[in-house]
Design a binder for this molecule. Structure first.
Ligand code: AMP
Ligand code: GLY
Length: 441
């Protein structure tokens, strides 16, 4: 299929900015993905004076107001390559790990296309728990003690030699379901049997690691080989309900301005974790060229790594990127081409965002409910799972919208967000009322 879109001057929609032709360098960007994270990336790109036209594949209803949605799947690497070549795309920015793991960066580079994201091999820092653990061990990056196994009996006897709870991680992309915290022998046996005898997720190995305690937080950095440009720290809320109760989700809200992290903590995490990981990847011949996401924990023994991801976090991106004052196109292009860029500048103040999800999420839920009042909201509204029919927006996923506001402090940002959410009318949404609760305890 060949998809050729209207000329740049035809970019339209409520979110499209006036283009200043004098300093507009007319860049065309393709963003891969279609969730809230990609909406925040598109929103940041639309603030760049260099960017004239944005495509997003597949995009969503909200993204469609700021970019041209392209009906191609994020893992349709050949289709996306053909689209980029046919439509004069200057730079592609990859959101989801599935596209990275499908080798989109390798394929685009081989075709001479500029792309922001890691190669398939470097994506192992996220897709293989064992690779990430070995990398950390080799570079002396603080993380939980571990061993990895393919044999059920050996894994079980190691688990029994350590204190409970035990953390069991399937070694591969398992859509967030590959981690089990086993409280006792029976739970450990069942989980290990699932992973190593029944191969529920595939023929992988299992990493067994010690259980750590403390608040978790996310450290996203733009990484170009040895160059590591930090973004503001953020914290996700993974459980479905208030008080961090209920099942794990993709994330129900996030904020920046973490009250429990000191400047020393941040400096330590930057130098001893993020920079060391970037260097270790270079030493392995797998330099990073996208976002490195440190899922970190502040334990009583200091800051340690829970996991690395090879991409922007969702919903973290939606609270982090609104603070960026520099031109994000310059950062993406610099990283994509291995060229140093000026240290990105971030606004003072904090941001806080709340996810509105379909009732029943993360379990079974219905789609297709009308959403009204979005035009009244005086905050950023990033669409996560929406679609549009006859000009009307309706729910089309588990996580549907994220409302994000800035403020001088968290109390200010939180008050504004919940006030604005009150203007959105939909019969089938729920949301947490306690985002950033740790700041108010
Ligand atoms: P992961 O996919 O590795 O991020 O693990 C998913 C979640 O499990 C994390 O966000 C933590 O809440 C929890 N978790 C993972 N590893 C540990 C650990 N070593 N100690 C305590 N909790 C953990
Ligand atoms: N917020 C969790 C993630 O993006 O993996």
């Amino acid at each position: 299929m060949s998809l050729v879109y209207p000329l740049p001057s035809q970019r339209s929609g409520p979110g499209a900015k006036e283009i200043n032709l004098e300093n507009c360098l007319g860049k065309t960007v393709l963003v891969i993905g279609g969730g809230g994270r990609e909406h925040a990336i598109v929103d940041a790109l639309s603030r760049s004076p260099q960017v004239e036209k944005i495509y997003c594949a597949p995009g969503n209803a909200g993204i469609g107001e700021q970019a041209f949605n392209v009906p191609l799947k994020d893992t349709d690497v050949e289709g996306l390559k053909a689209f980029a070549l046919e439509n004069g795309v200057d730079l592609t920015v990859v959101g989801p790990e599935a596209a990275l793991a499908a080798g989109i960066v390798d394929t685009f580079r081989a075709a001479g296309l500029k792309i922001f994201g890691h190669t398939r091999a470097a994506t192992a820092i996220e897709s293989s728990k064992e690779f990430a653990k070995e990398l950390m061990e080799g570079a002396l990056i603080p993380t939980a003690a571990y061993r990895s196994f393919s044999d059920f009996e050996e894994a079980l006897s190691y688990v029994l030699s350590r204190p409970f709870p035990a953390v069991l991680k399937y070694d591969g992309l398992a859509a967030g379901k590959g981690v089990v915290i086993a409280q006792d022998e029976a739970e450990a046996r069942a989980a290990l049997a699932d992973m190593l005898l029944d191969h529920t997720f595939g023929e992988g190995r299992v990493v067994v690691e010690d259980f750590l305690t403390g608040p978790e937080f996310s450290f996203l950095c733009f990484v170009d080989g040895e160059r590591v440009y930090p973004m503001p720290l953020s914290q996700d809320h993974k459980r479905a309900f208030d008080g961090d109760k209920g099942p794990n989700t993709g994330g129900m809200g996030a904020y920046t301005g973490l009250p429990f992290i000191t400047e020393e903590d941040r400096a330590f995490a930057y130098k001893e974790i993020m920079c060391k990981a970037a260097s270790a990847m270079c030493a392995k011949g797998l330099p990073l060229s996208g976002v490195l996401y440190g899922g970190l924990m502040k334990t009583p023994q200091g800051i340690k790594v829970i996991e690395f991801n090879a991409r922007f976090g969702d919903p973290e991106t939606e609270v982090v990127l609104p603070l960026l004052q520099s031109d994000i196109y310059e950062v993406f292009e610099g990283v994509a081409t291995g060229t140093p860029v000026a240290e990105p500048v971030w606004a003072d103040g904090v941001t806080l965002g709340v996810v509105l999800a379909s009732k029943g999420y993360p379990g079974r839920y219905e789609k297709g409910y009308d959403i009204a009042g979005l035009e009244l909201v005086d905050a950023k509204v990033y669409h996560m799972g929406t679609a549009v029919r006859d000009g009307k927006v309706f729910t089309n996923g588990g996580r549907v919208l994220m409302v994000v506001s800035g403020g001088t402090d968290l109390a200010d940002a939180r008050r504004k967000v919940y006030e604005e959410i009150g203007k959105i009318a939909c019969d089938n949404l729920f949301y947490r009322k306690d985002i950033a609760h740790i700041a108010f305890e």
